[in-house]
Design a protein around this ligand. Structure first.
Ligand SMILES: *Cc1c(COP(=O)(O)O)cnc(C)c1O
Length: 321
């Protein structure tokens, strides 16, 4: 078993919202409040991943993601905090001005490598070479995959479910919702549901890829965690409840209904992000009658800094019209 590092502010609060929609109330697990610089879901995974890195004697972390990756930013933050070297391989050309998460990556003194989109598709080769080079220089690099989604990272969300279990029970929560971007959060929540003997359905709203892609990936993450923990989780295919149809034009591309709900919730004092939680929250509200729940718990997985990097939110803001 891996003893996690202490990097996140936990437990995060759960808030109850009433009067926002005419036909239902909801609860929000504020995992956007796991810290400031490290805010969001990734830091829960990093508590386990970086503990594993430490156990391996590593002090140089390599990871990858989009230019506005929350995962890269949270990882680079933890590296700065721990005094380790952080390297992230990001998809796309170097922008003229660093905004949002990328700005923070630079402030945390991360080594950021920009790979053109076509080359990023084969980033594994590039990263393997990088790892070799660092080894030749006497380093012990530790690689964390996209979103920290593997069998070790998912442990963070088994624990998160444990943190919510009593609340779910007491408040008779009848559905749990989270975004699915690389699958680790969802896989962890599903295993956590079994660990905590909860009957509540856990829905994952896709913000990228296809249901078939994520069904396979989630099963493979669960398989990895089973090896790490040396135990089995009796998860059936029907337990994996993925919701498609809310990606919009593509990963990281906001759309009108999403922006409208981000505005609506902001007026209630809650900021959703344009890449993950905006789409997922819209999906939850839109699927309400079809799925027939009435008292859901939405996991707010963070993403605050990308709000400052998306022109869709800036140019469409009412005060700019
Ligand atoms: C990464 C991320 C997600 C998705 O979590 P996965 O474990 O990658 O599926 C959701 N919300 C935010 C804000 C994220 O940064």
């Amino acid at each position: 078993m891996i003893t996690p590092l202490k990097l996140a502010s936990k437990p995060t609060p759960i808030e109850f919202y009433t009067g926002v929609f005419p036909d239902f109330d909801f609860h929000i697990k504020r995992d956007d409040l796991t810290g400031l610089e490290g805010s969001g879901n990734k830091i829960r995974k990093l508590e386990y991943l970086l503990a594993d890195a430490e156990n391996n004697g590593s002090d140089l972390i390599i990871t990858c993601g989009g230019i506005q990756s929350n995962h890269c930013r949270a990882t680079m933050y933890c590296c700065a905090k721990l005094g380790w070297q952080g390297v992230c391989v990001v998809k796309g050309e170097k922008p003229k001005i660093a905004e949002g998460n990328l700005l923070l990556d630079f402030l945390f003194n991360a080594q950021v490598e920009f790979l053109p989109t076509a080359q990023y598709l084969h980033k594994e080769d590039y990263i393997a070479e990088m790892i070799d080079d660092f080894k030749k220089k006497g380093h012990k690099p530790y690689f964390i995959p996209t979103g920290g989604s593997n069998g070790i990272g998912a442990l963070g969300y088994i624990f998160a479910m444990d943190e919510m279990a009593a609340y779910i029970d007491r408040h008779k929560i009848d559905a749990v919702f989270c975004a699915v971007g690389s699958g680790g959060t969802y896989a962890g929540l599903l295993m956590g549901k079994y660990q905590s003997s909860l009957a509540v359905p856990v829905y994952g709203v896709l913000v990228d890829e296809t249901p078939a892609f994520f069904e396979a990936k989630i099963k493979s993450i669960i398989g990895e965690t089973e090896k790490v923990l040396e135990r089995k989780f009796p998860i059936r295919d029907t337990d994996i409840k993925l919701i498609d149809g809310y990606i919009g034009p593509g990963y990281g591309v906001p759309y009108d209904e999403e922006i409208a709900i981000i505005r609506q919730m902001a007026r209630k004092g809650l900021i959703l992000d344009p890449v993950y939680t905006g789409k997922t929250f819209f999906g939850m509200v839109d699927k309400k009658s079809e799925l027939g729940f009435s008292n859901p718990l939405f996991i707010h997985t963070g993403g605050i800094f990308s709000v400052f990097a998306y022109p869709e939110l800036k140019t469409q803001a009412d005060f700019l019209k």
